[in-house]
Write a protein that binds this ligand. Structure first.
Ligand code: GLN
Ligand code: ZN
Length: 747
C-alpha cells in the first residue's frame, strides 16, 4: 500500500519563486542565481515529501512559469516569432512577450484559477527533443537522485497537450492540433526512451482532459496514444493520471491500455468508483492510484471516509496507491504558517503539507489497520459556524419573487439619453491610492487619514467623469484591493490567510479567502462610499457589488453543503446591501459576475444544474429592488456559448460584456437566445494601452446598432479601468463619449 502525490506547490513558503523570477526579469540577478534559488525550492519539496513518508515522490512538478509552457519548450513547439531568442529569454518571452514580440495566449487550466500558456500548433510544427541529455524532466530526475530520492517525472500527457493547444494564427482552415498526434507520439516515445536510459522507472503522464466530455475521435486518439507508448520496448512504467472529475468513456480505454498504473480522482469524481466496478476493475496487472485527498480545497480530509473509499477499491486492481486527487499546486503550502486564524477553523483546515501527511496516514492505516493511526484521527469537529437567523431568512424567502417584465419596469427607471455612456466601475489605481492603502494596512496612517485620501480620490474621479460628460458615473473603487477580497473582509463566514498564496499564473499569486461558515453581513459594505460619490454630483452614481458566483469562484469554499446553498447565503448578504443602497437613494446598481462562466462544470450534463443555482443566486440578490432601480451586471468575456441562455435569465436591466475584440457577433447570438434587456458591448479594449479613436468607436457602435435597437444599447469600455493609467483612460473615455454623441445625433 504505497503513497504518492500527483504534484506539489512550487512557489516556496515565502514566495521565493516570485521574488527570484521578478528579480531576474528586472536584471537584478542572473540565470545562475535564479537556478540556485529554484534548485533550493525543488530540493525542499523532495526532502519534505520524503521526510513526511511519501513512498513515490514526483519530480518535474516544478516550473519557472508554467508546466504547459515547459512541455512546449521540451517538445520544441516554439512559435517562429520566438526563434531569434534563446534559452530563458525565449522561455519567458513566450509567456510574457518581449520587445516587438507578442506573448502566447494564456487561459484557465480547466475549472481552476491556474492559467497555462496555450501551445500554438500548425501543420509546420516539428516536435523534437532539443538537447535530450539536458531535457528538463531528465535534469530534475538527476537532481533529485543526487539527493538520494528516486522520483517519478511528471509530464503533461500527449492527448491533453494537444487538446489544450490551439491552431496557430497562420494554420490553414480545418487544421486541428489533434492532427499532430502521430508525430507528437514519436517525440514522446523518444522522450520515454531517454528517460528510461537515465534510469527513470516510472513516469506520470497527466491526462486531465479526460474529465471533460470527449468525442469518439478523441477517445480513439487516446487509445492510439497509449498503444504506441505502451508498445515501446524500452520505457519507464507509465502512470496515466486523470483528475478534476469522472473520466467516463475514457476509463475502459485506459483500463485496456498497457499503462501500468491509472490515477483516478475520487474527490471531484466520486462516480469513478462505480464506473471502475462496472468494468470489473483494472485487473491484477495494473496499479490504481486512488486520489482520495482533495488537492483543490483546503479542508481536512475525513480520514475515516477516505479509508472506507480505499477499502471499497481493494480488489479492483493489482495494487492500490493512496494519493491526492490532483496536484497540490492549487492549495497553499503550509497551514503551520498561519498563526492568526481562529483555532476552531484551523482545526478543520489542511494545506499541502498537511494533505501530504493525510496521504501518509491513510496509507499506514490501510497497511497496519486503523488502530495504527487512531490517535491521529481528530475528533469530529463540532457543528459550528452556523447562523440560524440567516438560515431562517433564506427559508422564508424561498426562490425570491420574479421582477416585473423588463419592458414595464424600464419606464419607471432613470431617464437617460439614448446610448447612455458609463464605465465598468474601477478607475486607475494610482500609486497614491495604493500607497494610502498600504500605509493604512501597516498602521502608518489612521482611519481618518485613509478615508480622507479615498474621498479625495472619489472627488477627482467624479469631477473627471462630469467633465468628460459620462451619463452614469461610478465612484471608482479606490478603496478596493480586490473585488472579492474587499467583500470577503466585510462578511462573516469568510477568513483570510497571511501566507496562503497559490499560483494564478507565472509570478502572479493570489491569496483566496476561505469561506468556512454561514455568511452574514454585519453592516453595510459599500453604502458610505457610494452615497459619498452621489453627494458630489447630480448625475446618477452606479453602486458596485460583486456577485455570488464570483464570490465563491475566487475563494476556497466550504464543502460541507452544496455550493448552491452557500451561494444563496452570499446572495442574501448582497440583497441586503442592495436594499441599503436603494434606501440611500442609489438608483443604478451593478452586480459583477465575471466568474459566471468560470465555474461551469467540465461536463455538459452538469451545466443545467449549475446554471440553475447560479442564476437563482443572482436573482435572489437582485430581485428585491423597486422597479425604478436599474440592475446592471458585467462579465469579462464575450463568448457566451454554453451560458447564453443564462444571461437573459439573470434578468438584469443592463448587461455589459467584453465584446470589443469580437466584432459584436455576440449581439446576434444574444438576440437569438431571446435576450431582450439592454446591453453594453464594450466599445474599446481596456487590456491594451492604445487609445482608440472616435471613428473607431463610432464604427463599433454603428455596427452594434445593426444587431440591437438604439434604445437598448449602452456605451462603455469592455472592463474595469483599474490596471490602466489616466494618460490613456482620459482620452479614451473622451473619445468614447464623443463617439456616442455623434451616433446619437445621427443614428
Ligand atoms: N467593477 C469591477 C471593476 O471595474 C469589475 C471587475 C471585473 O470585471 N473583473 O474593476
Ligand atoms: Zn470585466
Amino acid at each position: 500500500m504505497n503513497t504518492t502525490v500527483l504534484g506539489h506547490p512550487r512557489i516556496g513558503g515565502r514566495r521565493e519563486l516570485k521574488r527570484a523570477t521578478e528579480a531576474y526579469w528586472a536584471g537584478r540577478i542572473d540565470a545562475d542565481e535564479l537556478h540556485r534559488v529554484t534548485a533550493g525550492l525543488r530540493q525542499e519539496t523532495w526532502r519534505s515529501l520524503t521526510e513526511a513518508g511519501i513512498g513515490l515522490v514526483p519530480s518535474n512538478t516544478f516550473s519557472l512559469y508554467d508546466h504547459m509552457l515547459d512541455m512546449s519548450v521540451l517538445l520544441d513547439a516554439v512559435p517562429d516569432r520566438f526563434r531569434r531568442l534563446e534559452g530563458l529569454d525565449a522561455y519567458f518571452a513566450m509567456a510574457r512577450g518581449a520587445e516587438g514580440v507578442a506573448p502566447m495566449e494564456m487561459t484557465k487550466w480547466f475549472d481552476t484559477n491556474y492559467h497555462y500558456i496555450v501551445p500554438e500548433l500548425g501543420p509546420d510544427t516539428r516536435f523534437r527533443i532539443d538537447d535530450p541529455s539536458n531535457a528538463k524532466p531528465i535534469a530534475e530526475y538527476r537532481e533529485a537522485l543526487e539527493l538520494g530520492v528516486r522520483t517519478r517525472p511528471v509530464l503533461v500527457g500527449p492527448l491533453s497537450y494537444l487538446l489544450l493547444s490551439k491552431p496557430a494564427a497562420d494554420a490553414p482552415e480545418g487544421f486541428a492540433p489533434l492532427d499532430l498526434l502521430g508525430p507528437l507520439l514519436e517525440t514522446y516515445a523518444e522522450l520515454l526512451e531517454r528517460l528510461s536510459g537515465a534510469g527513470v522507472q516510472w513516469v506520470q503522464l497527466d491526462e486531465p482532459a479526460l474529465a471533460a466530455d470527449r468525442t469518439d475521435e478523441e477517445l480513439a486518439a487516446l487509445r492510439t496514444a497509449y498503444e504506441r507508448l505502451g508498445d515501446l520496448p524500452t520505457r519507464p512504467r507509465l502512470l496515466v493520471a486523470t483528475y478534476f472529475g469522472e473520466i467516463g468513456d475514457a476509463l475502459p480505454v485506459l483500463a485496456a491500455s498497457r499503462a501500468e498504473a491509472i490515477g483516478l480522482d475520487f474527490v471531484a469524481g466520486p462516480g469513478n468508483r462505480n464506473a471502475l466496478g462496472a468494468i470489473g476493475g483494472l485487473g491484477p496487472d495494473k496499479t490504481l492510484v486512488a486520489g482520495v485527498v482533495d488537492g483543490r480545497n483546503v479542508w481536512r480530509t475525513d480520514l475515516n471516509a477516505a479509508m472506507a473509499t480505499c477499502a471499497s477499491l481493494l480488489g479492483l486492481s493489482g495494487e492500490l496507491v493512496v494519493s491526492t486527487s490532483c496536484s497540490l499546486l492549487h492549495v497553499p503550502l503550509d497551514l503551520a504558517a498561519e498563526t492568526d486564524l481562529d483555532p476552531r477553523l484551523t482545526a478543520r483546515l489542511a494545506f499541502a503539507r498537511q494533505k501530504v501527511d493525510e496521504v501518509v496516514l491513510i496509507g499506514k492505516a490501510l497497511r497496519e489497520g486503523r488502530d495504527a493511526i487512531a490517535d491521529r484521527i481528530p475528533p469530529a469537529s463540532p457543528e459550528g459556524f452556523v447562523d440560524a437567523r440567516v438560515r431562517a431568512r433564506l427559508d422564508s424567502l424561498g426562490p425570491g419573487a420574479p421582477r416585473r417584465d423588463y419592458a414595464e419596469r424600464r419606464d419607471a427607471q432613470l431617464d437617460l439619453p439614448l446610448l447612455p455612456t458609463t464605465t465598468i466601475g474601477s478607475f486607475p489605481q494610482t500609486d497614491e491610492v495604493r500607497r494610502a492603502r498600504a500605509d493604512h494596512r501597516a498602521g502608518r496612517i489612521d482611519d481618518t487619514a485613509y478615508e480622507a485620501a479615498m474621498r479625495a480620490e472619489v472627488d477627482r474621479v467624479i469631477a473627471l467623469q462630469e467633465d468628460i460628460g459620462l451619463d452614469v458615473l461610478v465612484h471608482g473603487e479606490p478603496e478596493r484591493n480586490d473585488m472579492v477580497q474587499y467583500f470577503a473582509e466585510r462578511l462573516y463566514g469568510y477568513a483570510h490567510t497571511t501566507h496562503g498564496w497559490v499560483q494564478s499564473y507565472g509570478s502572479r499569486y493570489v491569496r483566496p479567502p476561505i469561506l468556512f461558515g454561514d455568511v452574514a453581513r454585519p453592516e453595510p459594505m459599500t453604502v458610505e462610499w457610494t452615497t459619498y460619490a452621489q453627494s458630489r454630483t447630480t448625475k446618477p452614481v452606479k453602486g458596485m457589488l460583486t456577485g455570488p458566483v464570483t464570490m465563491l469562484a475566487w475563494s476556497f469554499v466550504r464543502d460541507d453543503q452544496p455550493l448552491a446553498d452557500t451561494a444563496r447565503q452570499v446572495a442574501l448578504a448582497l440583497r441586503d446591501e442592495i436594499h441599503d443602497l436603494e434606501q440611500a437613494g442609489i438608483r443604478v446598481i451593478q452586480v459583477d459576475e465575471p466568474a459566471l462562466r468560470e465555474l461551469l462544470p467540465l461536463r455538459r450534463a452538469d451545466h443545467a444544474a449549475y446554471l440553475d443555482w447560479a442564476v437563482a443566486a443572482f436573482r435572489l440578490a437582485t430581485c428585491g429592488v423597486a422597479e425604478s432601480t436599474q440592475i446592471h451586471t458585467h462579465m469579462c468575456y464575450s463568448e457566451f456559448g454554453d451560458i447564453i441562455d443564462a444571461i437573459g435569465a439573470l434578468d438584469a436591466d443592463v448587461t455589459s460584456v467584453e465584446a470589443a475584440r469580437s466584432r459584436m457577433e455576440l449581439l446576434t447570438d444574444l438576440d437569438k437566445a431571446g435576450y431582450r434587456q439592454s446591453i453594453g458591448p464594450g466599445v474599446y479594449d481596456i487590456h491594451s494601452p492604445r487609445v482608440p479613436s472616435v471613428e473607431e468607436m463610432e464604427r463599433a457602435l454603428r455596427h452594434a446598432l445593426d444587431a440591437v435597437d438604439a434604445d437598448r444599447l449602452w456605451v462603455n469600455p469592455d472592463c474595469g479601468l483599474k490596471t490602466r493609467g489616466y494618460a490613456e483612460v482620459e482620452p479614451a473615455l473622451r473619445n468614447m463619449v464623443t463617439a456616442a454623441r455623434r451616433v446619437r445625433a445621427e443614428p
